[in-house]
Design a protein around this ligand. Structure first.
Ligand SMILES: [Zn+2]
Ligand SMILES: [Zn+2]
Length: 258
């Protein structure tokens, strides 16, 4: 499986910067997990191939450019952009974003070829297929309804925590799966901001360390994502100090193969 954390900012030469401000992972050039930077960072070929987008939760850093992505493609779409989310999240997107005030209700609009956007409700806890992938969505512990994902292409399996704090079922599903190649897990705040992390339901390196004790697999890559840009260096130093085997930091723009 080929996974890229799309960049969300670029320097004056147009090169991706290391800070992650938005969340959007691209899997095998065709399925997106979240859509923060989807309209900003896809190349033209990827833009033509991506029609399946899983939205883990409706926070702005995860959906910021989703409306713009659909708007861009509006005249040329020959099949709708499918937005996969839990029924609660679909309701929130429909009420708060695609509501004719913030942006058009694309789910009601058609171009010359047919509908341009389709909501696809996904069940929590049950396997479902998206393109060539098998996905299990698991509710995690964030401040709004949020899902983590365990994604397999039949050869390798990668888990996405999305935004979360201490949680159980996500680890149960990971521990039950036969093999796991990588976990992309959030580490939003440095240890000195544990209080804020707690109320906003995010991890710090220290709480992530406690959480990782629930993992029964070893020999896999554990890559930290979602570090608040202002504290990135501090969080990286704290993560390194943990000396957890396989724990690293995911770099925006870089292609990872598992
Ligand atoms: Zn969030
Ligand atoms: Zn977030």
């Amino acid at each position: 499986m080929r996974i890229q954390l799309l960049p969300s900012t670029f320097d004056s030469q147009g090169h991706a910067t290391l800070e992650q401000r938005l969340t959007c992972f691209l899997i095998d050039e065709r399925v997106a997990v979240d859509a923060g930077s989807i309209a900003l960072a896809l190349n033209s070929e990827q833009r033509e191939n991506v029609r399946d987008i899983i939205v883990t939760h409706p926070h702005m850093d995860h959906i910021a450019s989703l409306p713009i992505f659909i708007d861009d493609l509006f005249p040329t779409l020959r099949s709708p952009v499918r937005v996969y989310a839990t029924p609660e999240v679909i309701q929130l997107l429909d009420r708060d974003i695609f509501n004719w005030n913030v942006y058009p209700r694309f789910s009601e609009l058609k171009n010359d070829y047919g509908p341009v956007m389709e909501y696809v409700p996904i069940p929590a806890g049950k396997e479902f297929k998206i393109a060539h992938l098998t996905v299990t969505a698991v509710a995690v512990n964030h401040i709004v309804p949020t899902i983590g994902l365990i994604v397999s292409d039949g050869k390798s399996t990668v888990a996405f925590s999305s935004d979360t704090s201490e949680t159980e079922e996500f680890w149960n599903v990971i521990n039950r799966s036969k093999g796991i190649n990588a976990i992309l897990i959030e580490a939003s705040f440095p240890d000195s901001m544990a209080k804020l992390a707690e109320v906003s339901r995010h991890f710090t390196p220290a709480s992530l360390e406690r959480e990782l004790r629930k993992l029964n697999h070893n020999g896999l890559d554990i890559l930290a994502v979602h570090m608040k840009p202002a504290y990135r260096e501090m969080i990286i130093d704290e993560l390194k100090a943990l000396k957890i085997p396989g724990l690293g930091v995911m770099e925006p723009g870089k292609i990872y193969n598992w």
